[in-house]
Design a protein around this ligand. Structure first.
Ligand code: SAM
Length: 323
Protein backbone atom coordinates (compact mmCIF):
# COMPACT_ATOMS: atom_id res chain seq x y z
CA UNK A 1 0.00 0.00 0.00
CA UNK A 2 2.75 2.42 1.04
CA UNK A 3 4.70 1.59 -2.15
CA UNK A 4 1.62 2.38 -4.22
CA UNK A 5 1.26 5.69 -2.37
CA UNK A 6 4.89 6.59 -3.06
CA UNK A 7 4.42 5.79 -6.74
CA UNK A 8 1.30 7.95 -6.94
CA UNK A 9 3.03 10.81 -5.11
CA UNK A 10 5.98 10.63 -7.47
CA UNK A 11 3.68 11.09 -10.41
CA UNK A 12 1.47 13.76 -8.90
CA UNK A 13 2.29 17.24 -10.10
CA UNK A 14 2.73 19.82 -7.36
CA UNK A 15 4.65 23.00 -7.66
CA UNK A 16 5.70 25.74 -5.27
CA UNK A 17 7.07 29.14 -6.16
CA UNK A 18 10.81 29.48 -5.85
CA UNK A 19 11.58 31.00 -2.48
CA UNK A 20 14.65 32.82 -1.32
CA UNK A 21 17.73 31.01 -0.10
CA UNK A 22 18.77 31.07 3.50
CA UNK A 23 21.96 32.88 2.60
CA UNK A 24 20.98 36.53 2.17
CA UNK A 25 23.93 37.09 -0.17
CA UNK A 26 22.44 34.61 -2.54
CA UNK A 27 18.78 35.14 -2.16
CA UNK A 28 17.08 37.07 -4.94
CA UNK A 29 14.14 35.49 -6.58
CA UNK A 30 15.06 34.63 -10.09
CA UNK A 31 13.23 33.41 -13.15
CA UNK A 32 11.83 29.93 -13.27
CA UNK A 33 13.41 27.38 -15.59
CA UNK A 34 10.67 27.99 -18.10
CA UNK A 35 11.48 31.67 -18.48
CA UNK A 36 15.28 31.47 -18.47
CA UNK A 37 16.89 30.51 -21.80
CA UNK A 38 19.99 29.16 -20.02
CA UNK A 39 17.99 27.02 -17.66
CA UNK A 40 15.53 25.92 -20.30
CA UNK A 41 18.51 24.68 -22.33
CA UNK A 42 19.87 22.81 -19.33
CA UNK A 43 16.52 21.31 -18.46
CA UNK A 44 15.79 20.08 -21.94
CA UNK A 45 19.11 18.31 -22.20
CA UNK A 46 18.80 14.62 -21.39
CA UNK A 47 21.70 12.88 -19.71
CA UNK A 48 22.54 11.11 -22.94
CA UNK A 49 22.99 14.43 -24.70
CA UNK A 50 26.67 15.32 -24.79
CA UNK A 51 28.05 17.91 -22.41
CA UNK A 52 30.30 20.37 -24.19
CA UNK A 53 33.89 19.28 -24.21
CA UNK A 54 36.53 21.77 -23.25
CA UNK A 55 37.41 23.74 -26.34
CA UNK A 56 40.34 22.17 -28.21
CA UNK A 57 42.40 25.27 -27.45
CA UNK A 58 41.76 24.85 -23.72
CA UNK A 59 43.74 21.96 -22.35
CA UNK A 60 42.03 20.39 -19.34
CA UNK A 61 44.60 20.54 -16.62
CA UNK A 62 44.69 17.50 -14.38
CA UNK A 63 45.03 17.51 -10.62
CA UNK A 64 48.39 15.84 -10.89
CA UNK A 65 49.80 18.90 -12.64
CA UNK A 66 50.48 22.08 -10.71
CA UNK A 67 47.21 23.83 -9.91
CA UNK A 68 46.33 27.47 -9.31
CA UNK A 69 47.20 27.21 -5.66
CA UNK A 70 48.14 30.82 -5.25
CA UNK A 71 44.46 31.79 -5.31
CA UNK A 72 43.53 29.20 -2.72
CA UNK A 73 46.25 30.35 -0.31
CA UNK A 74 44.69 33.75 0.08
CA UNK A 75 41.10 32.50 0.28
CA UNK A 76 39.41 31.14 3.36
CA UNK A 77 35.90 29.77 3.53
CA UNK A 78 33.53 29.64 6.46
CA UNK A 79 32.90 26.30 8.10
CA UNK A 80 30.39 24.14 6.29
CA UNK A 81 29.59 22.24 9.46
CA UNK A 82 26.03 22.13 10.72
CA UNK A 83 26.58 20.33 14.02
CA UNK A 84 22.99 19.06 14.30
CA UNK A 85 23.19 17.50 10.83
CA UNK A 86 26.59 15.94 11.47
CA UNK A 87 25.30 14.43 14.73
CA UNK A 88 22.52 12.63 12.82
CA UNK A 89 25.10 10.85 10.67
CA UNK A 90 27.37 10.03 13.60
CA UNK A 91 24.42 8.26 15.26
CA UNK A 92 23.96 5.81 12.37
CA UNK A 93 27.58 5.45 11.20
CA UNK A 94 27.70 1.68 11.86
CA UNK A 95 24.98 1.06 9.28
CA UNK A 96 26.78 2.37 6.17
CA UNK A 97 27.27 -1.02 4.54
CA UNK A 98 23.94 -2.51 5.60
CA UNK A 99 22.14 -2.53 2.27
CA UNK A 100 18.79 -2.85 4.10
CA UNK A 101 19.58 -0.13 6.67
CA UNK A 102 19.11 3.65 6.74
CA UNK A 103 21.37 4.09 3.72
CA UNK A 104 19.43 1.58 1.62
CA UNK A 105 18.22 4.32 -0.72
CA UNK A 106 21.78 5.48 -1.43
CA UNK A 107 22.83 1.88 -2.14
CA UNK A 108 19.89 1.49 -4.54
CA UNK A 109 20.59 4.82 -6.25
CA UNK A 110 24.31 4.15 -6.58
CA UNK A 111 24.36 2.41 -9.99
CA UNK A 112 22.25 5.21 -11.48
CA UNK A 113 24.29 8.05 -10.03
CA UNK A 114 27.49 6.29 -11.09
CA UNK A 115 26.19 6.01 -14.64
CA UNK A 116 25.59 9.81 -14.68
CA UNK A 117 29.07 10.45 -13.25
CA UNK A 118 30.70 8.04 -15.68
CA UNK A 119 29.05 9.54 -18.74
CA UNK A 120 29.59 13.20 -17.79
CA UNK A 121 33.19 12.83 -16.59
CA UNK A 122 34.18 10.65 -19.54
CA UNK A 123 32.76 13.17 -21.97
CA UNK A 124 34.42 16.09 -20.23
CA UNK A 125 37.83 14.49 -19.73
CA UNK A 126 37.73 12.64 -23.07
CA UNK A 127 37.90 9.21 -21.51
CA UNK A 128 36.46 6.02 -22.93
CA UNK A 129 33.26 5.24 -20.99
CA UNK A 130 33.42 1.62 -22.16
CA UNK A 131 36.85 0.95 -20.71
CA UNK A 132 37.06 -1.03 -17.47
CA UNK A 133 38.95 1.82 -15.75
CA UNK A 134 37.68 4.98 -17.46
CA UNK A 135 38.83 7.29 -14.65
CA UNK A 136 42.48 6.23 -14.82
CA UNK A 137 44.62 9.36 -14.37
CA UNK A 138 41.90 11.44 -12.68
CA UNK A 139 42.13 12.74 -9.14
CA UNK A 140 38.69 12.87 -7.55
CA UNK A 141 37.61 14.11 -4.13
CA UNK A 142 34.38 12.67 -2.70
CA UNK A 143 33.18 15.33 -0.24
CA UNK A 144 30.91 13.94 2.48
CA UNK A 145 31.85 10.40 1.49
CA UNK A 146 30.12 8.70 4.44
CA UNK A 147 31.13 5.05 4.54
CA UNK A 148 32.57 5.19 1.03
CA UNK A 149 29.73 3.79 -1.04
CA UNK A 150 30.58 6.14 -3.91
CA UNK A 151 34.34 6.41 -3.29
CA UNK A 152 34.82 2.66 -3.79
CA UNK A 153 33.28 2.39 -7.28
CA UNK A 154 35.18 5.53 -8.32
CA UNK A 155 38.43 3.85 -7.27
CA UNK A 156 37.46 0.64 -9.09
CA UNK A 157 36.96 2.76 -12.20
CA UNK A 158 40.60 3.81 -11.93
CA UNK A 159 40.38 7.20 -10.19
CA UNK A 160 42.80 8.28 -7.49
CA UNK A 161 40.22 8.94 -4.81
CA UNK A 162 40.29 11.06 -1.67
CA UNK A 163 37.19 10.63 0.48
CA UNK A 164 36.47 13.18 3.19
CA UNK A 165 33.72 13.36 5.78
CA UNK A 166 33.01 15.43 8.86
CA UNK A 167 32.20 12.32 10.94
CA UNK A 168 35.21 10.42 12.29
CA UNK A 169 33.23 7.16 12.65
CA UNK A 170 32.23 7.30 8.96
CA UNK A 171 35.88 7.61 7.98
CA UNK A 172 36.91 4.66 10.16
CA UNK A 173 34.18 2.49 8.63
CA UNK A 174 35.11 3.61 5.12
CA UNK A 175 38.79 2.80 5.76
CA UNK A 176 38.05 -0.67 7.13
CA UNK A 177 35.71 -1.50 4.26
CA UNK A 178 38.04 -0.22 1.54
CA UNK A 179 41.02 -2.09 3.00
CA UNK A 180 39.37 -5.45 2.26
CA UNK A 181 39.74 -5.03 -1.53
CA UNK A 182 43.06 -4.28 -3.28
CA UNK A 183 41.18 -2.15 -5.84
CA UNK A 184 39.89 0.19 -3.14
CA UNK A 185 42.63 -0.01 -0.52
CA UNK A 186 44.43 2.95 -2.13
CA UNK A 187 41.57 5.37 -1.31
CA UNK A 188 42.75 8.10 1.04
CA UNK A 189 40.13 8.83 3.66
CA UNK A 190 40.30 11.83 5.97
CA UNK A 191 37.99 13.21 8.59
CA UNK A 192 37.87 16.81 7.41
CA UNK A 193 35.81 19.30 5.44
CA UNK A 194 36.09 20.81 1.98
CA UNK A 195 37.13 24.19 3.36
CA UNK A 196 39.96 22.60 5.38
CA UNK A 197 41.27 20.87 2.25
CA UNK A 198 41.20 24.23 0.46
CA UNK A 199 43.47 25.62 3.18
CA UNK A 200 45.89 22.78 2.42
CA UNK A 201 45.88 23.83 -1.26
CA UNK A 202 44.64 20.44 -2.42
CA UNK A 203 43.51 20.29 -6.05
CA UNK A 204 41.52 17.67 -7.90
CA UNK A 205 40.25 17.10 -11.40
CA UNK A 206 36.77 16.57 -10.03
CA UNK A 207 34.94 17.29 -6.78
CA UNK A 208 31.90 15.12 -6.20
CA UNK A 209 29.48 15.67 -3.36
CA UNK A 210 26.34 13.57 -3.38
CA UNK A 211 23.49 14.16 -0.95
CA UNK A 212 25.57 16.47 1.24
CA UNK A 213 24.68 20.07 0.32
CA UNK A 214 21.30 19.79 2.05
CA UNK A 215 23.16 19.10 5.31
CA UNK A 216 25.76 21.90 5.28
CA UNK A 217 25.69 25.25 7.08
CA UNK A 218 25.77 27.38 3.95
CA UNK A 219 25.37 25.90 0.45
CA UNK A 220 26.87 28.94 -1.20
CA UNK A 221 30.13 28.82 0.78
CA UNK A 222 30.19 25.05 0.37
CA UNK A 223 30.08 25.36 -3.43
CA UNK A 224 32.85 27.95 -3.34
CA UNK A 225 35.00 25.43 -1.45
CA UNK A 226 34.21 22.73 -4.02
CA UNK A 227 35.21 25.14 -6.79
CA UNK A 228 38.45 25.99 -4.99
CA UNK A 229 39.27 22.28 -4.77
CA UNK A 230 39.15 21.78 -8.51
CA UNK A 231 41.65 22.75 -11.18
CA UNK A 232 40.50 25.23 -13.87
CA UNK A 233 38.13 23.40 -16.22
CA UNK A 234 37.80 20.73 -13.55
CA UNK A 235 34.44 19.09 -12.89
CA UNK A 236 31.95 19.27 -10.05
CA UNK A 237 29.07 16.86 -9.52
CA UNK A 238 26.42 17.53 -6.89
CA UNK A 239 23.26 15.63 -6.13
CA UNK A 240 20.54 16.74 -3.76
CA UNK A 241 16.77 17.02 -3.29
CA UNK A 242 14.54 19.69 -4.82
CA UNK A 243 12.51 21.89 -2.48
CA UNK A 244 9.16 21.02 -4.05
CA UNK A 245 5.82 19.83 -2.70
CA UNK A 246 6.54 16.51 -4.32
CA UNK A 247 9.80 16.13 -2.42
CA UNK A 248 8.00 16.94 0.83
CA UNK A 249 5.51 14.18 0.08
CA UNK A 250 8.04 11.56 -1.08
CA UNK A 251 11.47 12.29 0.45
CA UNK A 252 10.08 13.27 3.87
CA UNK A 253 6.52 12.02 4.49
CA UNK A 254 6.81 8.75 2.56
CA UNK A 255 10.52 7.90 2.98
CA UNK A 256 10.82 8.91 6.66
CA UNK A 257 7.32 8.41 8.09
CA UNK A 258 5.47 5.84 5.96
CA UNK A 259 8.16 3.54 4.56
CA UNK A 260 10.75 4.06 7.32
CA UNK A 261 13.50 4.09 4.70
CA UNK A 262 15.28 6.87 6.61
CA UNK A 263 15.33 7.81 10.29
CA UNK A 264 12.66 10.42 11.01
CA UNK A 265 14.10 13.93 10.87
CA UNK A 266 16.90 13.02 8.43
CA UNK A 267 15.91 15.84 6.11
CA UNK A 268 14.76 19.41 6.69
CA UNK A 269 12.63 20.44 3.73
CA UNK A 270 13.65 24.09 4.09
CA UNK A 271 17.29 23.11 3.51
CA UNK A 272 16.58 21.62 0.09
CA UNK A 273 17.57 23.63 -2.99
CA UNK A 274 15.66 23.96 -6.21
CA UNK A 275 17.65 23.17 -9.38
CA UNK A 276 17.48 26.87 -10.29
CA UNK A 277 19.02 27.82 -6.95
CA UNK A 278 21.78 25.25 -7.28
CA UNK A 279 22.63 26.48 -10.78
CA UNK A 280 22.81 30.06 -9.51
CA UNK A 281 24.93 29.18 -6.47
CA UNK A 282 27.33 27.19 -8.64
CA UNK A 283 27.47 29.96 -11.22
CA UNK A 284 28.49 32.40 -8.48
CA UNK A 285 31.19 29.93 -7.45
CA UNK A 286 32.59 29.99 -11.02
CA UNK A 287 31.08 26.61 -11.90
CA UNK A 288 28.91 26.47 -15.01
CA UNK A 289 26.31 23.73 -14.88
CA UNK A 290 26.43 21.78 -18.13
CA UNK A 291 24.09 18.93 -17.45
CA UNK A 292 21.37 17.95 -15.04
CA UNK A 293 19.14 14.93 -14.55
CA UNK A 294 16.49 13.77 -12.13
CA UNK A 295 16.13 10.38 -10.48
CA UNK A 296 12.93 8.39 -10.51
CA UNK A 297 12.10 5.33 -8.42
CA UNK A 298 10.28 2.34 -9.85
CA UNK A 299 8.51 0.53 -6.98
CA UNK A 300 7.88 -2.52 -9.18
CA UNK A 301 11.58 -3.22 -9.76
CA UNK A 302 13.08 -1.30 -6.82
CA UNK A 303 15.39 0.43 -9.29
CA UNK A 304 16.18 4.10 -9.76
CA UNK A 305 16.72 5.58 -13.20
CA UNK A 306 17.62 8.92 -14.73
CA UNK A 307 14.86 11.17 -15.99
CA UNK A 308 14.32 14.74 -17.15
CA UNK A 309 12.05 15.24 -14.14
CA UNK A 310 14.10 17.05 -11.48
CA UNK A 311 11.17 17.64 -9.13
CA UNK A 312 12.55 15.42 -6.33
CA UNK A 313 16.06 13.94 -6.50
CA UNK A 314 18.43 15.47 -9.01
CA UNK A 315 22.10 15.56 -9.97
CA UNK A 316 24.11 18.29 -11.67
CA UNK A 317 27.42 18.29 -13.50
CA UNK A 318 29.36 21.53 -13.94
CA UNK A 319 32.77 22.74 -14.96
CA UNK A 320 34.94 25.37 -13.37
CA UNK A 321 35.48 28.40 -15.52
CA UNK A 322 39.04 28.93 -16.69
CA UNK A 323 39.69 32.35 -15.13
C1 SAM B 1 23.47 11.63 3.09
S1 SAM B 1 25.15 11.30 3.45
C2 SAM B 1 25.80 11.12 1.83
C3 SAM B 1 27.01 10.21 1.78
C4 SAM B 1 27.64 10.00 0.42
N1 SAM B 1 28.00 11.25 -0.21
C5 SAM B 1 26.73 9.23 -0.48
O1 SAM B 1 25.89 9.85 -1.15
O2 SAM B 1 26.81 8.01 -0.53
C6 SAM B 1 25.79 12.88 3.93
C7 SAM B 1 27.22 12.79 4.42
O3 SAM B 1 27.77 14.10 4.48
C8 SAM B 1 28.54 14.22 5.66
N2 SAM B 1 28.61 15.65 5.98
C9 SAM B 1 27.63 16.45 6.44
N3 SAM B 1 28.07 17.72 6.54
C10 SAM B 1 29.36 17.71 6.11
C11 SAM B 1 30.35 18.72 5.94
N4 SAM B 1 30.09 19.98 6.23
N5 SAM B 1 31.56 18.36 5.46
C12 SAM B 1 31.82 17.06 5.16
N6 SAM B 1 30.92 16.06 5.30
C13 SAM B 1 29.70 16.39 5.76
C14 SAM B 1 27.78 13.38 6.68
O4 SAM B 1 28.61 12.97 7.75
C15 SAM B 1 27.36 12.20 5.81
O5 SAM B 1 28.30 11.18 5.78
Amino acid sequence: MAWRLLWVLQRTSFSVPTISLRNPNCSPLYPSAASSPLLTKLWKRSHTDAAPLPSPTQKTRTGTESGDNAGAKSTSFRSSLNEAEVAKFAAIAETWWDSQGPFQTLHLMNPTRISFIRSTLCRHFRKDPFSARPFEGLKIVDVGCGGGILSEPLARMGATVTGIDAVEKNIKIAQIHAASDPLTSSIEYHCTTAEELVKENKKFDAAISLEVIEHVADPSDFCKSLAALTVPLGATVISTINRSMRSYATAIVAAEYLLNWLPKGTHQWSQFLTPEELVLILERASISVQEMAGFVYNPMTGDWSLTDDTSVNFIAFGTKRNK
